[in-house]
Design a protein around this ligand. Structure first.
Ligand code: HEM
Length: 311
C-alpha cells in the first residue's frame, strides 16, 4: 500500500510558512531532480530541524512532466472564479511547486524554508513567500474559530487521500488561496451580525440553527453535496498571516479530488443557479489561487529519491 506524505496530516503545529515557485523554462531535468532531492532531504531531516513537517505539492504541468504515469485523473490548473456583476473575483495564479513547512516554532521552520529555497533558487523563481501563524485557539483574524467542521485526525486521510487502486493513490489534491481581509469593516458589525456572516457563534463556534442562519452565510455556501446529497468534505488547514498593515488568511484545503473545491467556490462566488454570493466575501478578497497534487511518499521517491539513510 502506498504511503501518504505524513506531513499533510500532522496537526498541532503553530508556525507555518508557505512558499510557491515557478520552474524556469530553461531548467534541465538533472538540475531539477537535484533541487527536488535537496528539498526532500531538508524535509526528512527531522533530528536537526526540530520536527518540522514539510509538505511538497506540484502544479499540474510540472507533475505531468515529471511523472506522466502517476498523474491522477482530474488534475488541472486553478481556473479562477469570476462574477463581474457581483464584483467578485478569485484570480488564478497557478505556480509549479508549493512547499508548506509547519512546526512548533518559527526558528526551526525558518531553517527548513531557507534550505529549501537555497536548493530551488538556481532552477526556479519564488512567487509566494508567506509566513503564517496559528492565532489563539485556531481562530481566523476575524475572531472566529476556523476548522470546527473539519474531520477528526483519524478521518482526515479518508477525506483527503486519493483512494487505493487509482493512479496517484495515497496522494492528496490541495487548494491554496491567499485572502486579504478588511478587518476594520468586519469589526464595524455587531457580533450577532458577524455571526450571521459566518453562520456560527463567535465565542464557541456553534452552528446557528437553520432558521437563524442566512442563506448567504459562509458555512451555508461552503457546505456542498454530490448529486446523491452526500456532503463533499474537505480537510482545511488554513492559517492567518499579518503585518502592521495587511492581514488575512492563507486558505489551505485538502481533498480526494478537485471537484469538491470547484463546487465550493462556485457556491461562494455566486456561480450556481441561485446566484447567491457568500457574504464573507464582502470582508475579504482572494489574491492568489492554485490547485496542487501532493503525491504519495512512494511517488515522490520515484521522481526525487531521498539520499541514502534519510527517510
Ligand atoms: C478568508 C477566507 C475564509 C475564512 C475567513 C473562512 C472562515 C471559516 C470559518 C470561521 C468557518 C466556521 C468554522 C469551521 O467549520 O471551520 C468556516 C467553515 C468552512 N469553510 Fe471557510 N473560510 C474562508 C474561506 C473558505 C473557502 C475559500 C472555502 C472553500 C472553497 C471554505 C470552506 C469552508 C467549509 C467547507 C467550512 C465548513 C462548513 C460546514 O460544513 O459547516 N472556506 N470557514
Amino acid at each position: 500500500m502506498a504511503r501518504h506524505q505524513s506531513a499533510v496530516f500532522a496537526e498541532g503545529t503553530r508556525a507555518h510558512h508557505h512558499l510557491e515557485f515557478t520552474i524556469r523554462p530553461d531548467t534541465g531535468p538533472a538540475a531539477l531532480a537535484d533541487a527536488l532531492v535537496g528539498v526532500r532531504a531538508a524535509g526528512a531531516d527531522h533530528i536537526s530541524n526540530g520536527g518540522v513537517n514539510l509538505v511538497i505539492g506540484f502544479g499540474p504541468n510540472l507533475w505531468s512532466a515529471l511523472a506522466p504515469d502517476r498523474v491522477p485523473p482530474g488534475l488541472h490548473d486553478f481556473p479562477g472564479y469570476h462574477n463581474p456583476s457581483a464584483g467578485q473575483h478569485a484570480p488564478a495564479t497557478q505556480a509549479d511547486l508549493w512547499l508548506w513547512a509547519h512546526g512548533s516554532a518559527t526558528d526551526v521552520v525558518f531553517d527548513v524554508v531557507r534550505t529549501c529555497t537555497t536548493c530551488l533558487l538556481p532552477v526556479a523563481e519564488l512567487t509566494l513567500d508567506q509566513p503564517c501563524f496559528v492565532y489563539h485557539d485556531s481562530r481566523d483574524l476575524t475572531g472566529f474559530i476556523d476548522g470546527s467542521a473539519n474531520p477528526d485526525a483519524d478521518d482526515a486521510a479518508g477525506v483527503a487521500e486519493i483512494p487505493a487502486g487509482q493512479p496517484g493513490e495515497a496522494g492528496t489534491f490541495a487548494m491554496t488561496m491567499r485572502f486579504e481581509h478588511d478587518l476594520a469593516a468586519f469589526g464595524e458589525l455587531r457580533v450577532d451580525e458577524q455571526e450571521k456572516v459566518i453562520g456560527r457563534t463567535k465565542p464557541d463556534s456553534v452552528a446557528l440553527p437553520a432558521d437563524r442562519r442566512p442563506h448567504d452565510s459562509h458555512i451555508t455556501r461552503a457546505e456542498v453535496a454530490d448529486a446523491e446529497g452526500n456532503e463533499l468534505q474537505v480537510y482545511r488547514r488554513s492559517v492567518p498571516f499579518a503585518d502592521a498593515t495587511v492581514q488575512g488568511l492563507h486558505f489551505v484545503a485538502l481533498g480526494a479530488d478537485l471537484d469538491r473545491f470547484d463546487a465550493q467556490l462556485r457556491a461562494m462566488y455566486g456561480l450556481d443557479d441561485d446566484g447567491v454570493v457568500d457574504r464573507l466575501l464582502q470582508f475579504t478578497r482572494a489574491v492568489t489561487g492554485s490547485f496542487w497534487l501532493c503525491p504519495s511518499a512512494d511517488d515522490l521517491d520515484a521522481v526525487a529519491p531521498l539520499p541514502e539513510g534519510e527517510d
